[in-house]
Design a protein around this ligand. Structure first.
Ligand code: PEP
Length: 252
């Protein structure tokens, strides 16, 4: 089964308009018009427009880091999936560990969000992963199974717009990366669990990204794993040269 390599950059809460524009231009230049790999960047909401304009003429897609499950209403400070689509967003991160752990977003709320993104016709990058304590007590697979319960509401015609990112919480922003073998073991389990819910065909084509302290130096070994189809990059995506090297590792 061939799955197109996919590299995503989560810029988190960083940057100014000027920096975001410059980084977008650097990523667009590195990606060019290739379709040999997929690339999406996830700037802050306030930088979406300037980043969109600076990605022009490349195959880099525009993503958002979050959304609210409702299409509109009295939710001060929130932004909906249709609003994101309206400003040119094509993909949304759902369930990033910082949303789960710093902002208390629970599985049921994230399942609603996932549904909202897919119903809006956008791609969803659904993030899952265990904490260090969960790993050390042997609960990694149980946690993945619980988190992936959100996929039960994904309709067959929505599955093609789903991407899953395995991001062990202990590896995010810590400099401690999962070994390629640990990443492969977790990805194989994510694919198996997704298959049990979505069916074997959908699971076989489902892009699975690894995230957690990815750098140019560890990207090739992670990407060499059978079930690692791409990378979700945080810190290293803020440096144009590092991100370009990671793109090159995904497909020259
Ligand atoms: C992330 O934010 O999704 C992430 C993986 O961050 P980092 O690469 O910095 O660990």
């Amino acid at each position: 089964m061939t799955r197109t390599p996919y590299v995503a950059g989560n810029w988190k809460m960083h940057g100014t308009r000027r920096k975001a524009a410059a980084l977008a231009r650097a990523v667009a230049a590195a990606q060019g018009d290739t379709t040999a790999r997929r690339c999406t960047v996830f700037p802050t909401f306030v930088h979406l427009d300037i980043v969109r304009r600076n990605l022009r003429d490349s195959t880099v897609r525009l993503g958002a880091q979050n959304c609210h499950p409702e299409p509109e209403g009295a939710y001060t400070g929130e932004i909906s999936a249709p609003m994101l689509r309206d400003v040119g967003v094509e993909s949304v991160l759902v369930g990033h560990s910082e949303r789960r752990h710093l902002f208390g977003e629970r599985d049921a709320f994230l399942a609603d969000k996932l549904q909202a993104v897919l119903e809006t016709g956008l791609e969803a990058v659904f993030c899952v992963g265990e904490t260090l304590e969960e790993r050390e007590s042997g609960r990694t697979f149980a946690v993945l199974e619980r988190q992936l319960g959100a996929l039960r509401r994904v309709a067959p015609d929505q599955a093609g717009r789903l991407v899953v990112a395995y991001e062990p919480v202990w590896a995010i922003g810590t400099g401690r990366t999962a070994t390629p073998a640990q990443a492969q073991e977790a990805h194989a389990e994510v694919r198996r669990l997704a298959g049990a819910i979505l069916g074997a065909d959908a699971a076989a084509t489902l892009p699975l990204l690894y995230g957690g302290s990815v750098k140019p130096g560890n990207a090739p070994d992670l990407l060499a794993q059978d079930d690692v189809d791409g990378l979700l990059v945080g810190g290293a995506s803020l440096d144009g040269d590092s991100f370009a090297d990671i793109l090159g590792a995904a497909a020259p």
